[in-house]
Design a protein around this ligand. Structure first.
Ligand SMILES: [Zn+2]
Length: 282
């Protein structure tokens, strides 16, 4: 499932195409699956993209934001890939395939396609991107230690669900949450309020360094559906295999309904650090 580093890779790919295939006005927009369109976006708004040009590309958490220029007030095309969403840019042709949900065709014959086998992806067209991404917490790739400490001091929660809550910190999903906690040598059930200052600083360091390395690697290639880059995972999906640091087998527990990979040798849960939510071994 794409998380911040994979969406960042998509943003970079689209940005590169701005001076190539995407450097031409939109001639047609074809929505092949109504489910893709968020309820707040009308078909009329989507079709009003015709005549606009692809502008600045940014990312907020796991949302991809593309400014569409050419109107008096810029429009923003916002996409969330969710589980299996994928963007493809082709310089010619671009006939819809089996899982194509959206096709944006340009005057030069190029096309941007959104494919999504599982159909959880979401699309917005809006003048006000803040309405879509305004509730997100600080972006996990660039959050400062000061902001991160402030966020942690305002919530008293188990670390795994805290890292996954997009309103607290934006961009981390199940894979990178496990990798971050392993690097920080913190247990996913430890509670944020019980962390010492050096735990917080180590956790912040792990958040920023893991995500920066994963962006550099073009993302991870894990679930066999969303194929991205080469980021090497240490614990995620490795239950039963030896920990690269201490050799003990990586185990899989459930935390807040999510499969969670930990090394019980490297990530100790001090008895006064545990939360009240229960964790069952699976
Ligand atoms: Zn270990």
């Amino acid at each position: 499932m794409p998380e911040l580093p994979e969406v960042e890779s998509v943003a970079r790919m689209v940005r590169v195409a701005l001076t190539g295939p995407l450097a031409s006005p939109v001639s047609a927009v074809e929505l092949l699956d109504q489910k893709l369109l968020d309820r707040s976006t009308s078909m009329e708004a989507l079709y009003s993209l015709a005549g606009t040009c692809f502008g600045a590309v940014s990312r907020s958490g796991k949302y991809l934001i593309i400014r569409m220029d050419g109107r008096e007030v810029p429009l923003y095309l916002i996409l969330h890939l969710r589980m299996t969403g994928r963007i493809m840019i082709v310089s010619a042709g671009g006939d819809p395939a089996r899982h194509t949900r959206l096709r944006i065709v340009l005057r030069n014959g190029a096309a941007l396609l959104f494919d999504d086998p599982r159909r959880f992806g979401q699309l917005w067209v809006t003048h006000a991107p803040h309405d879509v991404v305004g509730t997100l917490g600080p972006d996990a790739l660039t959050v400062s230690l000061e902001t991160f400490s402030g966020v942690l001091s305002r919530v008293n929660r188990q670390l795994k669900p805290l890292l996954l809550d997009q309103r607290v910190i934006a961009g981390i999903g199940n894979i990178y949450a496990d990798e971050i906690l392993f690097r920080a040598r913190l247990h996913p059930l430890a509670v944020s309020g019980s962390l010492a200052a050096d735990d917080v600083s180590r956790l912040h360091g792990a958040v920023v360094s893991i995500l920066a390395e994963a962006v550099q690697a073009g993302g991870a290639n894990i679930d066999g559906v969303f194929k991205a880059g080469e980021f090497p995972v240490m614990v995620y999906g490795r239950s039963g295999q030896p920990c690269y640091a201490c050799g003990l087998p990586v185990s899989k527990i459930r935390v807040a309904q999510r499969g969670t990979h930990i090394c019980s040798g490297c990530q100790k849960l001090a008895s006064d650090h545990s939360g009240t939510e229960s964790a069952a071994h699976s």
